[in-house]
Design a protein. Structure first.
Ligand SMILES: [Zn+2]
Length: 357
């Protein structure tokens, strides 16, 4: 296991010409560039480290306010790595830009759980205690944070508000010391697929928006969506839904009119490939759907039987329940939770960093 504390890095003895600063930084820290999974209890999250203007900056990519899935992610700087005026490496926690302070980074390779393969990790730790962190220092911060999460603030039920406050406290606590593990985005799929793999922002009812990673497996016969950010029911790292491409279907408007109609359709493998079915096909939100995102297209490109994962709080009694995966376009799909009478909608993350991998 490699474990280097970069805070103790010996600085260059002679001042470097300005043009060499970036070269030196990248030679030392270039391996940090790219995407990382944040470990924050069930909530997870996404960190992007990039090089800009002579320094490396790490941004946590927060989701847009619920329910605006097509809005961009909101980067929030967490730390920076640069050379100070004495050509010494300086790693600064920038969580509160008015109270920057030193933090340390550990980097190495290890198995994060006994059964998982070894992967690269990064740990950032502030060199201060929680009492002196000043990351956030007033109740107003909680109100600001709450208002940044959702557009439904005035309508939040007390249980949802309690859940949000708990999340705020967990994130505040983990901000002092945060573990990250390497995330690689799937490459463009060269087989014929209904939609290319990648990162998507999805609606998860009272939990707000969450990030998921869509990918194919088993010779692209199956699609799987794993949570990058999660909630107390289904945590980050767990499967949110999967679907089977041979179980494609083409439904009439009448067949989709209610959940009773939808539940009467038995999942079965199709005689023809999904791309041989007529397209576009009509799409209707069942009249008794209680959770939905507006607007939803009237047509879809393809539709498949699948299973979505549900669980009690604390990921207790997890189980897979029937659902439909509905692809509307290259950037938009939905998952209809039959037993929950809910429709989650997902929009592709289109930020520039998704093209780099
Ligand atoms: Zn800090």
């Amino acid at each position: 296991m490699v474990n280097k504390n970069f805070q103790t890095q010996v600085p260059p003895l002679t001042p470097l010409p300005l043009a060499h600063y970036s070269q030196y930084l990248l030679s030392q820290y270039g391996r940090f560039l790219g995407l990382w999974n944040r470990h924050a209890d069930c909530y997870g999250g996404l960190l992007h480290i990039k090089y800009a203007e002579g320094k490396l900056c790490a941004f946590e990519l927060q989701l847009p306010r619920s329910p605006y899935i097509s809005n961009p992610l909101r980067p929030k700087i967490v730390f920076s790595i640069e050379l100070d005026e004495f050509d010494k490496i300086s790693i600064q926690c920038c969580i509160n830009p008015l109270q920057k302070h030193t933090c340390t980074l550990s980097y190495g390779k290890k198995a994060l759980t006994p059964r998982s393969p070894a992967s690269y990790y990064l740990t950032r730790q502030c060199e201060i205690s929680i009492e002196n962190s000043n990351h956030h220092d007033s109740v107003d911060d909680l109100e600001v944070w709450l208002s940044e999460q959702s557009d439904y603030r005035g309508e939040l039920s007390s249980s949802t508000r309690t859940q949000m406050i708990y999340k705020y406290m967990v994130l505040r606590q983990t901000a002092l010391k945060t573990h990250y593990s390497r995330l690689f985005l799937p490459k463009t799929c060269c087989y014929r697929v209904p939609i290319q793999p990648g990162l998507f922002k999805g609606t998860y009812s009272s939990h707000g928006l969450e990030l998921i990673l869509l990918n194919y497996e088993e010779d692209v016969n199956k699609v799987k969506a794993v949570k990058i950010s999660g909630d107390p029911n289904i945590p980050a790292g767990q499967v949110t839904f999967r679907a089977d491409l041979p179980f494609c279907m083409h439904l009439t408007e009448r067949q989709q009119a209610s959940f009773e109609n939808i539940e009467s359709i038995q999942p079965a493998s199709s005689d023809v490939e999904w791309y041989e079915l007529p397209t576009p096909q009509p799409f209707v939100v069942p009249y008794d759907c209680v959770e939905r995102y507006q607007p939803v297209p009237n047509y879809c490109k393809a539709r498949f039987h699948g299973f979505g994962q549900i669980a009690q709080e604390g990921f207790r009694e997890p189980s897979f329940v029937e659902g439909h995966w509905i692809v509307f376009s290259e950037d938009l799909f939905g998952f209809l939770w039959t037993s929950l009478h809910a429709l989650s909608m997902y929009h592709r993350v289109q930020e520039e960093f998704t093209n780099a991998t």
